[in-house]
Every structure is written in structure tokens, then in C-alpha cells.
Design a protein. Structure first.
Length: 216
């Protein structure tokens, strides 16, 4: 086999693995969401909604918009800490570890550290997005489970995990209305780093991004 044929075979193999990883990630995401909907007790849901409304500055009994509800469900699954200090996704992995495959558990570990993060869109080529993270100079490429990101927005909030060739984003996509929001986040992170030098950008996002998601 010539070199060109070997490269084509390698690219084909990587694309196959990418598609398998994406399919598995979507399935795991849906399984975790269904599990959380079935098992989360009323007390946790009430507590989470109260905290969500308070953080967003909403009235105590305000009904969520469709987008706010989608963001709430995603945040409740991955970032909200229960009274015992666990996330719903970590409980899903723990209580289903015997039923989940090794690829599930590997992707689950990636989901555990994922966060809604601001990214700057550089280019959209079919379903492949080239972007920068707000805190990184290195570009990356990704795809999204719905494959239809808004093309008019320069900045977006997304949640993604690495797979094979591309990162893969799942869940709600929020346009950043003003670059000032990203600047405020970076300033807040810099201030937090002064108090907690070992704080990482991802750890900061896990606990603070909700304050910025719907910023003007």
C-alpha cells in the first residue's frame, strides 16, 4: 500500500472512531439526563431551582423560558452540587458503574470536568467549527450534537468534551451578546487567582459561569 493510501485509511479509521465516540457521548448524555429526571428528589430540584433563579436575578417564582429551562437542566446535571456535595452526573456514574461500558466510563470522566465555557468562532466549515477558548491562544476544532450552531455569533457558551479528531459539544448553545461578558469573566478569574493561585479556568467555570451566561 502506498503512503497516500495509508493516510486515507488512517483518516477513515479516525473518522469512524470519531463518529462512534459522538454516538456514544450522545447516548450517555441522554441516559444521564433520564436517570436524573427519574431519581432526583423534589428537595434537590426545589433547592437547585431556587439557587438558579437567585444567581440569574430572577424572581423567586418566575417561570423559566425555554432556553433558561434547557440551561437549568444541563447545569443541574453537571454543575449543581447536591446537599451531600455530589453532582447528579457523578451519582449517575457511581450508581450505574456495573451497567456502563469502559468507553462510557472514560467519557463519563471527561463529562465530570466539563463546563459551560465561552468560545470564539473563527470558521464554520460544514459541520466542523474552528474556535478559540477565551483563556487560550490555541485553536481547536469541534462538532455539535445538533450540527446547527448560529453562524452570526462570534462568541458562544458551549459544553464540550474531546473525542478523536474533534471536540464534541452537547447541550444548550448560548450566544454571548456582548464581548464585555467574556472580559468580565476573565477579570473575575484573575481576581480569584490572586486569592486561590491553584484555581484553574475550568474549575472557575464550574462554580461561576452561571453568573455570566445570560449577561447583556
Amino acid at each position: 500500500m502506498d503512503m497516500e493510501g495509508s493516510i486515507l485509511d488512517l483518516n477513515s479509521f479516525r473518522e469512524t472512531k470519531q463518529l462512534q465516540g459522538e454516538k456514544n457521548a450522545v447516548q450517555l448524555y441522554k441516559l444521564a439526563g433520564d436517570y436524573t429526571e427519574r431519581t432526583a428528589n423534589i428537595r434537590e430540584k426545589v433547592r437547585a431551582k431556587h439557587l438558579f433563579r437567585k444567581t440569574l436575578g430572577l424572581p423567586p417564582e418566575a417561570a423559566f423560558t425555554s432556553l433558561q429551562n434547557e440551561v437549568f437542566q444541563n447545569w443541574f446535571l453537571f454543575d449543581y452540587k447536591t446537599i451531600q456535595g455530589s453532582t447528579m452526573f457523578s451519582l449517575f456514574l457511581k450508581n450505574n458503574s456495573r451497567q456502563l461500558s469502559e468507553p462510557d466510563l472514560i467519557q463519563g470522566a471527561l463529562f465530570l470536568t466539563s463546563a459551560m465555557e465561552p468560545i470564539r468562532i473563527i470558521k464554520i466549515d460544514h459541520n466542523v467549527i474552528t474556535a478559540f477558548g477565551a483563556e487560550s491562544e490555541s485553536p481547536f476544532q469541534m462538532r455539535h450534537m445538533h450540527r446547527n450552531l448560529p453562524e452570526t455569533c462570534e462568541w458562544l457558551f458551549i459544553r464540550k468534551i474531546p473525542i478523536q479528531m474533534f471536540d464534541f459539544a452537547m447541550g444548550p448553545v448560548l450566544p454571548v451578546k456582548n464581548k464585555v461578558t467574556v472580559d468580565r469573566m476573565l477579570d473575575a478569574y484573575s481576581e480569584a487567582k490572586k486569592k486561590f493561585p491553584e484555581l484553574t479556568w475550568r474549575a472557575f467555570l464550574k462554580t461561576n459561569v452561571l453568573y455570566f451566561l445570560f449577561g447583556e
